[in-house]
Design a protein around this ligand. Structure first.
Ligand SMILES: [Zn+2]
Length: 271
């Protein structure tokens, strides 16, 4: 499933094709993904110039000179393809620019979606209205995290997955950040010291930045026809490594399942 770094990498790849260009073709090829495509998507986006691209949490943003923002979410399996040689059955939205570059949004499982909002009202767009700070932004500090967690009795892992506490963190990066910060995933969120939360914030930023850098280093691959945006291989320290030696102490990495999600951690290094 694409997480924040994959979305950031995807936006960087799209920026190289779309920024400053006029969209000459905007064609949904079915009525819906997880939700219907906006009925006026083609009309509002065709002929518009792409002013900029951005990201909020795990949402990609395509801002046009008409004051519209096309918001996309990659769901479980979504990816953008650049200059595909052929359009397949899972290419559900096609874009073309005045330079003749083509993009397709491919989403076999159709858990993703595309919506439109006015750029100047994005903060009021319902999924954004309750989002916490961006983990890579200036508002996400140890003090802010401490305030957000005050009095919370849920686990620190559950708290970090709560998008109101911090936006865009998913299971993989939460597992990796808690390992890096040496914090046990089941520890009560409201009872972690300020110093440890400072370290956790630094670790979250470092884990995300390292994944974005890894994604950036694969961006060149997207220049080829049929290049796909959104996924890259990454070596995790504990995620997906149950039973393998902890990279810090050598004890076997443990896995626990709660709420259908796996938590990977070291019972020795994380307290
Ligand atoms: Zn360990």
């Amino acid at each position: 499933m694409p997480e924040l770094p994959e979305v950031e990498t995807t936006v960087a790849g799209l920026r190289s094709v779309l920024e400053g260009r006029v969209l000459t073709r905007v064609e949904p090829r079915r009525a819906d993904l997880r939700v219907p495509f906006p009925p006026d998507l083609r009309q509002r986006m065709t002929g518009a110039r792409v002013a900029s691209l951005g990201r909020r949490a795990k949402y990609g943003l395509v801002n046009t000179d008409r004051g519209d923002t096309m918001i996309f979410h990659l769901g479980m399996s979504g990816r953008w393809r650049i200059d595909p040689e052929v359009n397949g059955a899972h290419d559900h939205l096609l874009l073309e620019t005045d330079e003749g570059r083509r993009l397709s949004l491919c989403d076999p499982r159709r858990f993703g979606f595309v919506e439109l909002a006015r750029t100047d009202a994005l903060e009021a767009y319902p999924p954004f209205a309750k989002l916490g700070p961006e983990p890579l932004g200036p508002a996400f500090t140890g003090a802010a995290l401490r305030a957000a967690l005050a009095g919370k009795t849920c686990s620190i892992k559950a708290a970090l997955l709560d998008q109101r506490v911090v936006a865009g963190l998913g299971n993989i990066y939460v597992c990796e950040a808690l390992f890096g910060a040496g914090i046990a995933p089941g520890r009560a969120a409201g009872r972690i010291s300020a110093a440890r939360l400072d370290r956790l914030v630094e670790t979250i930023r470092a884990v995300l930045a390292s994944a974005i850098a890894a994604g950036g280093s694969t961006l060149r691959d997207y220049a080829r026809p049929d290049g796909e945006l959104g996924y890259f291989s990454k070596q995790w320290q504990v995620y997906g490594r149950e039973g393998e030696p902890c990279p810090a102490c050598g004890a076997p990495v443990l896995r626990r399942v709660d709420g259908g999600r796996s938590t990977f951690y070291c019972g020795h290094c994380q307290r």
